[in-house]
Write a protein that binds this ligand. Structure first.
Ligand code: GLY
Length: 394
């Protein structure tokens, strides 16, 4: 009898653990689906790619949108292939990842905007984990140097865009926090403290000027490059200057969590925890629902969702939990991962243009990429899955 009861208990425990896996499917099942979907995607990409348009970004009117290396999203597809290699250890994905990474090399000189961090660290930043070729690190170091040229010490920030000068003399967007990871890596790799100082100062200036009292943030701060004054606080991709553009809040959470990891500075951990609390106060996030594209969008619930924001937030919260030990950070990250892995958001193999997640929004105000797959949603989804898997040693 005792043995039977023990077996029953064990059975219940195993069932409960099973049900707690993402979308009750289990990580391995999701990885199998990712492999099948990326096999399909690569077939579709073969049909449309050209020498310069090599990287898939989204789907428009049923066709995959392909972008050149200078597009801010070009590094995510190779990053997705690298993460699939990490998940499977199948050399096929490693070779493909390298094929889509190496042609990004010319971007190491591209000083047009801050996006060099997204492009290079999300691609070459993975490649260096799996190859000893010194050329890969040299490319990343040059990329960090290029990004540093956009720093103005009077402002204490890296300039995000050169465009839109009639609106902003020196625009800095919250997304820019993500590009600091490249500088922190370069500082460690080269011993050049200059990279680290720029990254820390940018994060501190942003902490001072981008955030509201409730720890939500503006999308764009316009600085005076001569005086360093923060003169304008606006949006570009959000609903209104005072609204909370959802993905931007995600970039903030991720950025300060990453900066704490890289520096150990308590001020960044505290900022990340405050931003997390602000986000968890939003009902969608607390419930683990994929949020709308802007928390203040006027016609909720008749507004598009943004799975990319859910993915960024989930990935950041899994990491933050490891520093904060706040169970709610883990629980919300996990609920978001479950939701993204469900049939409502995770595409069936052979659909969705070969992308993993449905229902992301690029820029609603510009009527661009609304309720579509986005390559960076897949990137942060895979990152979140990898973090979940590592935490559970599965
Ligand atoms: N970094 C651009 C965006 O989040 O849409």
């Amino acid at each position: 009898m005792k043995i039977k009861l023990a077996s029953l208990f064990l059975f219940i425990v195993v069932m409960l653990i099973g049900c707690n896996n993402p979308a009750s499917n289990g990580v391995q099942n999701i990885v199998d689906n990712v492999e099948a979907q990326f096999d399909y995607a690569l077939g579709e990409i073969e049909k449309v790619k050209t020498d310069s348009l090599l990287w898939p970004r989204s789907v428009e009117k049923g066709a995959i949108t392909m972008v050149p290396s200078k597009d801010w999203t070009s590094g995510f597809f190779p990053g997705n292939l690298w993460m699939l290699y990490e998940l499977t250890q199948n050399d096929k994905w490693k070779e493909l990842a390298m094929d889509y990474t190496l042609p990004l090399e010319p971007e190491k000189w591209n000083d047009d905007n801050h996006d060099i961090g997204f492009k290079m660290y999300c691609s070459f930043g993975h490649a260096i984990k799996y190859s000893d070729d010194p050329k890969l690190k040299e490319i990343l170091i040059q990329s960090a140097k290029t990004l540093s040229t956009r720093y103005n010490p009077v402002v204490g920030c890296i300039r995000s865009w050169n465009s839109l000068t009639e609106q902003w003399a020196y625009p800095v967007i919250i997304d820019n926090m993500m590009n600091l990871e490249l500088l922190m890596w370069a500082a460690k790799e080269t011993g050049n403290e200059g990279f680290r100082e720029i990254a820390i100062k940018h994060a501190q200036t942003t902490m001072k000027n981008h955030f509201r009292d409730d720890y939500s943030c503006y999308h764009v701060v316009g600085y005076n490059p001569e005086t360093g004054a923060a003169e304008k606080k606006n949006t570009h991709q959000g609903y209104a200057d005072d609204s909370d553009w959802t993905r931007g809040q995600g970039w903030a959470l991720y950025g300060y969590t990453m900066m704490y990891r890289e520096t150990g500075m308590e001020e960044f951990l505290n900022q990340a925890i405050h931003v997390a609390q602000y986000l968890i106060n939003e009902a969608d996030i607390k419930n683990g629902d994929v949020p709308y594209w802007d928390f203040d969008a006027p016609n909720i619930p008749n507004e598009p969702k943004d799975a990319s924001a859910a993915a960024v937030i989930s990935s950041a919260l899994f990491e933050l939990y490891q520093y904060s030990k706040d169970q709610e950070h883990y629980d919300v990250a996990k609920k978001l991962l479950d939701t993204m892995s469900s049939d409502d958001f995770f595409a069936k193999t052979g659909e969705n243009g070969g992308f993993l997640l449905k229902h992301s929004t690029g820029s609603k105000p510009y009527n661009s990429e609304i309720d579509v797959p986005l390559v960076y949603a897949d990137y942060y989804f895979l990152e979140s899955l990898i973090k979940y898997k590592a935490m559970h040693k599965i």
